[in-house]
Structure formats: structure tokens, C-alpha cells
Design a protein around this ligand. Structure first.
Ligand code: THU
Length: 143
């Protein structure tokens, strides 16, 4: 049974990694830098930032970049994700729809998705809350 608890020190490490990644974001068009950090099944942390493009739809979200780093490092299961945006006080960042689906590929319904800003921690959700009744790898394997 996977462990989906997030200790205070793991959360702090995710926060540090995501904030550092946000500092490297390339977001000249939206001026909305984002950093994300994923905790994998081995307890390792993988970070990513958004990378925008003059051809706007070609931009990459921070969560997608963090998942790519996880896969490259051999990680295959996301246990927790922390996302740092600019919003706080009721306007907290949560992963976009496309990133929720990307997280679904490597995360169980209990995957923790923690929102944060540069200044504070925000709400915590599970993947099941943000992407209910989702389509995933099990549907393909059922064929
Ligand atoms: N963005 C992310 O990187 N992650 C999110 O969860 C929401 C949005 C990026 C995409 C774009 O570069 C900028 O934030 C504004 O939408």
C-alpha cells in the first residue's frame, strides 16, 4: 500500500525545490512564473519551471517539466506535487487541466497536490478531487 502521507520535512523540501525552480522560470509573455516539485516513490524530489514560447501554445507548464525530470531520473510514481504560483489568499494556483491528466499518468487518486505561493502554503487537494472520474492507464490495459 503506497504511503501518501507528506511529512513536514518533505513538504519543506518540496517547497524549497519548487520556489527555486520558479526563480528559473521563463515566462516573459504571461509574467506568471511557476515552479513545481514532485516527490517520487523513492522519496526523491524532481523540480520544473514553466518555459513559455513566442508561439504561445507551445509553452510548457512547470508540472510537465517536473514530471519529465522524474521520468528521466527513473521515477515512475508521483506521491506528492507542490506547485508555487503567484496567487494566494483565495486565488491559489492549481494545475491546469492538461497537467492534471499528466499527473494522472503517474499518480494514484490519493496523490497529494499542494498549492503554494512565494509567501505561503495554500490548500491541499488530492488528484481525485481535481480530476474526478478520470481516464487513465487502466482503461487502456483493460482492452
Ligand atoms: N502554468 C504552469 O506552469 N502551471 C500551472 O499549474 C498553471 C499555469 C503556466 C503556463 C503559463 O506559462 C503561465 O503559467 C500562465 O498560464
Amino acid at each position: 500500500m503506497p504511503n501518501f502521507t507528506l511529512t513536514d520535512s518533505q513538504q519543506q523540501a518540496l517547497l524549497d525545490a519548487a520556489r527555486q525552480a520558479r526563480g528559473r522560470a521563463y515566462a516573459p509573455y504571461s509574467n506568471y512564473p511557476v515552479g513545481a516539485a514532485v516527490l517520487d516513490e523513492s522519496g526523491r524530489i524532481h523540480a520544473g519551471c514553466n518555459v513559455e514560447n513566442a508561439a504561445y501554445p507551445e509553452g510548457l507548464c512547470a508540472e510537465a517539466a517536473a514530471l519529465s525530470a522524474m521520468v528521466l531520473a527513473g521515477g515512475r510514481q508521483a506521491r506528492a506535487v507542490l506547485v508555487v504560483g503567484s496567487g494566494d489568499d483565495g486565488n491559489w494556483i492549481t494545475p491546469c487541466g492538461g497537467c492534471r491528466q499528466k499527473l494522472r499518468e503517474f499518480g494514484a487518486p490519493e496523490l497529494i497536490i499542494q498549492s503554494a505561493s512565494a509567501l505561503a502554503l495554500g490548500p491541499r487537494h488530492t488528484l481525485a478531487q481535481l480530476l474526478p472520474e478520470s481516464f487513465g492507464p487502466g482503461h487502456i490495459r483493460a482492452n
